[in-house]
Design a binder for this molecule. Structure first.
Ligand code: FAD
Length: 99
């Protein structure tokens, strides 16, 4: 089964990895993001969250446990600086290298 690495742990990246699992991809999936937190919603940042009407945890698109339960590896705080398609590897400012 193919290994899949998604770079960018925003709304699109988080939705993609969840959808891959939901559609039956059984191979390893890694979601790499430069930010140190799990994927979160941005719209409330300038609205309810800024007004103090929303807890930080509710910003997250899914609880961090979701990714482990789904066998999705989260590599956070890891800005990708280069990819090597032939070697199927990434270079990263943090969080290691490779898939
Ligand atoms: C304050 C705010 C309020 C908003 N309000 C609304 C709204 O009311 N309605 C609406 O429709 N939209 C709103 N938006 C826009 C909406 O949030 C975006 O359209 C949406 O977040 C896009 O999701 P995305 O996953 O495509 O990109 P992004 O959210 O930009 O996610 C990309 C992720 O990839 C990461 N990344 C990028 N390059 C690398 C790299 N080289 N290595 C590792 N990681 C990398 C980034 O750190 C980021 O976490 C708002 C945005 C903000 C900031």
């Amino acid at each position: 089964m193919k290994r899949i690495m998604v770079i960018g742990a925003g709304q699109a990246g988080a939705s993609l990895v969840a959808k891959l699992r939901a559609l039956g991809h059984g191979g390893p999936i890694t979601l790499v993001g430069e930010e140190p937190v799990p994927p979160y919603q941005r719209p409330p940042l300038s609205k309810a969250y800024l007004l103090g009407e929303m807890a930080r945890e509710r910003l997250f698109l899914r609880p961090e446990s979701f990714y482990a339960e789904q066998g999705i590896t989260l590599r956070l705080g890891a800005p990708v600086t280069a990819i090597d398609r032939a070697a199927q590897a990434r270079a990263s400012g943090g969080g290691g290298a490779g898939l």
